[in-house]
Design a protein around this ligand. Structure first.
Ligand code: IMP
Length: 206
């Protein structure tokens, strides 16, 4: 079965921008795939947010992708992601979005920096994890995972990206993710790796 649209199942604007960018880079050959439309929730009447109640990235991502595929009768792509800090036993992890409760992202970053105050640089190892899921309306699922390693910086640097990007230092480029251009982050990120692995599953659908 073929389709003409792929739905990105997220209401997080930072993720949506990244996934859109990545798909355009990875997928769209304007000659072959001229008919493929990439849609998001913004293209539909307001959709209530899907609660992320599980303790696993995979379960959350499967739930988001599958519910969207069924509700809109379209192949749907969702991800669940998080930041895991070794010195905090892997926290905030799957709860990254809810870390510290209902506070702004700046406050979440500050809280993390406070919890790590006094921890030397070499013990501030962290990784971003992303599980991406492609779900088809009849229930078929494709799942992939991407990770990127770095350290939690001593202070915020940069204003690009979203979420924890300004405190995630990536040694190979000697910058935080918050200092990278979009195209730079999208070459190395956990999300880029997870999505790239799904491209062979997405292509034949269109
Ligand atoms: P969720 O996948 O909707 O549960 O959200 C994961 C949370 O992890 C986001 O709200 C961000 O706080 C954080 N996160 C995931 N990926 C990234 C990233 O690429 N940069 C910064 N923060 C991220």
């Amino acid at each position: 079965m073929t389709y003409n649209s792929l739905l990105i199942a997220t209401s997080n604007p930072g993720k949506l921008t990244e996934i859109n960018y990545l798909l355009k880079e990875l997928l769209i050959n304007p000659y072959q795939k001229a008919n493929l439309k990439i849609l998001s929730y913004q293209d539909f009447p307001p959709v209530e947010e899907i609660e992320e109640s599980s303790i696993s990235y995979q379960e959350n991502a499967v739930k988001k992708a599958l519910l969207s595929a069924k509700r809109f009768n379209l192949p749907s792509l969702a991800d669940d992601s998080g930041l895991e800090v070794e010195a905090l036993g892997g926290k905030p992890g799957v709860n990254s979005r809810y870390f510290g409760g209902e506070i702004s992202f700046k406050e979440k970053r500050e809280l993390l920096l406070k919890l790590l105050s006094g921890v030397p640089f070499t013990d501030r190892i962290a990784r971003f994890v992303c599980v991406a899921v492609l779900a088809l309306p009849r229930g078929e699922l494709f799942i992939s995972r991407g990770e990127v390693y770095g350290c939690i910086n001593q202070e915020e640097r940069g204003e690009t990206g979203f979420g924890y990007d300004p405190i995630f230092y990536y040694p190979q480029l000697n910058h935080t993710f918050g200092e990278l251009e979009d195209w730079e982050k999208n070459q190395i990120s956990h999300r880029a790796k997870a999505l790239e692995a799904l491209i062979p599953k997405i292509l034949p659908l269109f």
